[in-house]
Structures are given as structure tokens and as C-alpha cells.
Design a protein around this ligand. Structure first.
Ligand code: TYD
Length: 157
């Protein structure tokens, strides 16, 4: 039986190049797995400027954009799509404040990083943004539809 639509909300998470270099990929994945979210797509890739200009289209004119682009193209990233109830908001809460220096302890950024320019992960900030971002990073057929056997234990009947 397919999950109801509210359990199929999706978000894009990127493990940024600093975190790949620091061997934090597994740690980041583990946080979302432990929460109970379902992984539906994942790949390691070297992002190029065209992709990042789309991904960060709201930030193109910001003074920090050139250094953000240099950072995000400095090495591979791991792109993932996570699915589950309220996943966009929950994931943003788990990731923490954009500025690692003020991100709460217990969040990914608050536990694993110190500075806004090297903040370990990206997570989409709304359901609409998530849908758009997922389409930039993944082909439709790269998302795997699968039913998790623990659904009655994570959501109730
Ligand atoms: P933004 O979309 O505002 O934050 P978030 O990643 O939390 O959604 O900014 C995108 C990235 O740009 C952010 O993760 C780190 C970088 N950035 C800077 O390097 N300096 C800045 O002053 C800001 C606001 C962001």
C-alpha cells in the first residue's frame, strides 16, 4: 500500500564539499536515518557553476556569492532526497541556523561546524523550493519509490 501524500513530502539535502573532505558523509546520513526519514535518492557528484547558479538563484547578486560558488565547486558533494512527514521543516530544524557560530548544539551545523562559510550541509527551506531544487539535482527516474516496512512503528496506523 502506497504511503499517504503527507508522508511523501520530500526535501533536498546536500553534504557540502567541506563535509565530504572531513569524512562526515556517514555522520550526516546517520542523523536523518535515525530520525526515521526515508532515503529515496543519493549520489556523489562534482557540481558545476551552471547547476549552482540555478540552485542558489536567489543569492546570485549577494556579495558572498563568488566565494560560495568557489567553495561549492571545490570538491564533490553528496546530494540526497529524504522523504517523510514534515521532512522540510524537521530537516531545517536538524540542520540549524545558517551561521554555524550561532547554530544550536544538537543541530548538524551546531555540532559539526564553526563558520557560516563552511556549514556542512544544505537543506531546502520550503516544500516548493524542495521540489524545484530536487529537479535541478536529480532526474525523475533517479528517485526510488519504496515502501518502508517500519511505517506502522514510525507513524502509527
Ligand atoms: P542561505 O540560503 O541564506 O542559508 P541556508 O543554507 O541556511 O538556507 O545561504 C546559502 C549559503 O550561503 C549558506 O548555507 C552559507 C552561504 N552564506 C555565506 O557564506 N555568507 C552569508 O552571509 C550567508 C547569508 C550565506
Amino acid at each position: 500500500v502506497a504511503a499517504p501524500p503527507e508522508l511523501q513530502e520530500k526535501t533536498l539535502v546536500l553534504v557540502k564539499p567541506d563535509a565530504v573532505q572531513r569524512r562526515l558523509v556517514g555522520t550526516v546520513i546517520q542523523r536523518f536515518e535515525r530520525r526515521g526519514f526515508k532515503l529515496v535518492a543519493m549520489k556523489l557528484l562534482q557540481a558545476d557553476r551552471g547547476l549552482l547558479d540555478k540552485h542558489y538563484q536567489e543569492l546570485l547578486q549577494k556579495p558572498f556569492y563568488p566565494s560560495l560558488l568557489a567553495y561549492m565547486t571545490s570538491g564533490p558533494v553528496v546530494a540526497m532526497v529524504w522523504e517523510g512527514y514534515n521532512v522540510v521543516r524537521s530537516t531545517r530544524a536538524m540542520v540549524g541556523d545558517t551561521d554555524s557560530a550561532v547554530a544550536a548544539a544538537g543541530t548538524i551545523r551546531g555540532d559539526l561546524s564553526m563558520h557560516i562559510s563552511r556549514n556542512v550541509v544544505h537543506a531546502s527551506d520550503s516544500v516548493e523550493t524542495a521540489q524545484r531544487e530536487i529537479s535541478f539535482w536529480f532526474q525523475r527516474d533517479e528517485l526510488v519509490a519504496w515502501e518502508s516496512g517500519d511505517r506502522d512503528y514510525t507513524y502509527g496506523p
